[in-house]
Design a protein around this ligand. Structure first.
Ligand SMILES: Nc1ncnc2c1ncn2[C@@H]1O[C@H](COP(=O)(O)OP(=O)(O)OP(=O)(O)O)[C@@H](O)[C@H]1O
Length: 222
């Protein structure tokens, strides 16, 4: 029997389909690494304009879940329906070191006009730094550039993996405010991982928590 299924149920074919509504539908029956079952019966949706925080202890499977939702890991039992236009923000800014701030946006979004890339840089407070290389930017500026790049393509789905971790409190606060504003403008379906309950309470309209071994979802209303 396919793992994660109850007796009598038909196996769900592995598929990753495009969702035209801008919403995300996640149905993970099982995710294994080798013989180890990491995720079991993880089912949830995120609608367009909704921000959902994903909490859980270290090593429980949060990043694994994000990678499945993003389509980076297709080796699981179940299905994910998501919009095609997606952006990801990681703990590290993951910028191209030998490209200018402007090129870091345009190379990822060849479809947008240069004026939009410049406008996004201005929107995140990097006006005048268009030709700067990432290493000449402060960590806060690099994170702002990563946000500008994520939002430049008007994503329908935004996935963030601990985007504010290891920032000093003042910088984390200003990044949170900027992210809140950008999300309010673009209204993507947003799913983000955090260890900080305060971040979840501030940004998210709903909190999901992974618990147990193998991990499954325990929903919380806030
Ligand atoms: N590529 C892999 N191969 C084998 N095991 C893996 C792989 N990636 C993750 N794991 C294991 O899967 C489990 C979940 O890992 P994951 O990184 O998703 O946890 P996490 O909740 O994001 O942790 P953290 O909060 O520390 O980042 C862990 O036990 C990890 O060791």
């Amino acid at each position: 029997m396919t793992p994660g299924l109850r007796s009598g149920e038909a196996p769900v074919p592995l598929r990753l389909v495009q969702n035209e509504t801008g919403a995300v539908r996640v149905d993970i029956d099982a995710k294994r690494f080798g013989d180890t079952l990491v995720l079991r019966d993880v089912h949830f949706s995120v609608t367009r304009g909704e921000t959902v925080a994903l909490l859980g202890p270290s090593g429980i499977g949060k990043s694994t879940l994000l990678r499945i939702v993003a389509g980076l890991d297709r080796d699981f039992d179940g299905s994910v329906a998501r919009p095609a236009n997606m952006a990801m923000v990681f703990q590290e800014p993951t910028l191209l070191p030998w490209r200018s701030a402007l090129q870091n946006i345009l190379l990822v979004h060849p479809e947008i006009p240069e004026r939009r890339a410049r406008a996004m840089l201005a929107r995140v407070g990097l006006s005048g730094r268009e030709q700067a290389f990432p290493r000449s930017l402060s960590l806060g500026q690099q994170r702002r550039l990563a946000l500008a790049r994520a939002f430049a393509g008007c994503p329908e789905l935004l996935i963030m993996d601990e985007p504010f971790v290891s920032l000093d409190p003042a910088l984390a606060d200003s990044m949170l405010t900027l992210t809140e504003e950008l999300i309010a403008e673009a209204r993507p379906a947003t799913l983000f991982v955090t260890h900080a309950r305060a971040e979840a309470d501030r940004l998210a309209s709903r909190v999901l928590e992974l618990r147990g071994s193998p991990a499954t979802l325990s929903p919380h209303l806030i």
